[in-house]
Design a protein around this ligand. Structure first.
Ligand SMILES: [Zn+2]
Length: 383
């Protein structure tokens, strides 16, 4: 049995023995599932925009300073249509649903394409922390209602001419009359509505129920754009629970906290093949993939220190109280997360860029406050 097969067997065993599975899905998951932001998929869908603006991929084009609302919405309508409405359920997400069948499970994700739900995960088992391409909000967050945008988006796409939509289709806030925006956490006006808070509550309930129990944290393609949402809490919770295992699939940054090494099973191999191999019941089938096993090594400290303030503030944002006692030694020394947290520095290209947390003014008084980091990560308390 080679190294890869042996890790697959360990992962299978951990999942077999677990009562709970918490999936953490990052940008690398959607990329592995086929939602590519560059290459043929981009070229096929955005030819007029590539010709007009010289766009090279869907990530950088998201930052283009369009001169008019009509041009901006023509681009964004196409972006949302392609990634949210036209993309069918991805096989990799469906495989994940197969993998968690029979377990108590929950999916936490920074992805905004709604793929977990498309694949069949019940809405009440998914928390999309960073928003949803399928929802509009007031661009200034003047009220905390979100609006399903499917019919508007499809109309904008069908009526786009020379990379512009008709002025009459530019969406306006029904309350203040100002601009609308897609519900993505890219600035301080991100709206968290009652459904967002309900999903957060269900996530916390899951964390509470699984505390100290046999659980697998299945972390998929989670980089360091917003490590405080999935990656660092998963490390903390693994550290706190002797019965926990952390399965990490990450092409570039598989390495985690030294303290969790014994209970971490890391893969740098192809994610879809790895998930399929873990799912496969025939344990004797040979696995042909080659382990790359790149280790991020000493780059970690500098890269995490370069993260913006918002990201630092949200470290441990979603960590359970029980996990806050975990003191990362390098962090304690440096005042920020260091190499023993496994903090590397990749910046997934298709994650929403960090902005302000938006967890401020509109937040109902009775909602649980995002947890302060406590001693663990040197992160300041969020509003
Ligand atoms: Zn408004």
């Amino acid at each position: 049995m080679n190294d890869y097969e042996s890790r697959i067997e360990r992962a299978k065993q951990a999942i077999t023995e677990a009562k709970y599975i918490l999936i953490g899905g990052g940008a690398g998951l959607s990329d592995a599932a086929g939602l590519k932001y560059s290459g043929k998929r981009f070229a096929d869908n955005f030819a007029p925009f590539i010709k007009k603006y010289g766009f090279t991929d869907l990530y950088t084009s998201s930052f283009y300073p369009f001169k008019t609302h009509e041009e901006r919405w023509a681009y964004w309508a196409k972006h949302i249509a392609v990634n949210r409405y036209e993309e069918p359920p991805a096989a990799l997400y469906q495989d994940l649903l197969q993998l968690v069948r029979g377990k108590e499970y929950f999916a936490l994700t920074t992805n905004v394409e709604h793929q977990f739900v498309k694949a069949g995960f019940p809405e009440e088992k998914v928390f999309a922390v960073q928003g949803d391409y399928g929802l509009f909000q007031c661009a200034m967050g003047c009220h905390n209602t979100l609006y399903v945008n499917e019919s508007q988006i499809k109309l904008m796409v069908s009526d786009t001419n020379d990379c512009r939509i008709p002025s009459a289709l530019v969406p306006k806030c029904p309350v203040c009359g100002g601009e609308m925006d897609t519900n993505l956490r890219h600035n301080e006006y991100f709206v968290q509505d009652k459904n967002w808070y309900q999903a957060e509550r269900l996530y916390r309930d899951f964390i509470r129920a699984s505390d100290g129990k046999r659980i697998v944290y299945l972390e998929l393609g989670v980089g360091f754009n917003t490590p405080g949402i999935i990656r660092l809490p998963f490390e903390q919770m693994t550290y706190q629970n002797e019965k926990a295992a952390l399965i990490r699939v990450n092409r570039d940054y598989p390495r985690g906290a030294n303290e969790n090494e014994r209970r971490t099973i890391a893969f740098t191999e192809d994610m879809a093949a790895t998930v399929a191999a873990i799912n496969r019941s025939d344990r004797t089938q040979a696995i042909q993939l080659v382990s790359i096993n790149k280790i991020s090594g000493g780059k970690t400290m500098n890269k995490l220190n370069a993260l913006n303030d918002w990201t630092k503030k949200t470290i441990s944002f979603l960590a359970p109280k029980s996990a806050q006692g975990y003191l990362c030694p390098a962090m304690a020394a440096a005042g920020s997360c260091g190499s023993s947290c496994g903090a590397g520095g990749d910046k997934p290209k298709d994650e929403p860029k960090p902005g302000s947390c938006g967890a401020g003014d509109d937040k109902p008084k009775d909602e649980p406050k995002p947890s302060a980091c406590g001693s663990s990560c040197g992160a300041s308390e969020q509003k």
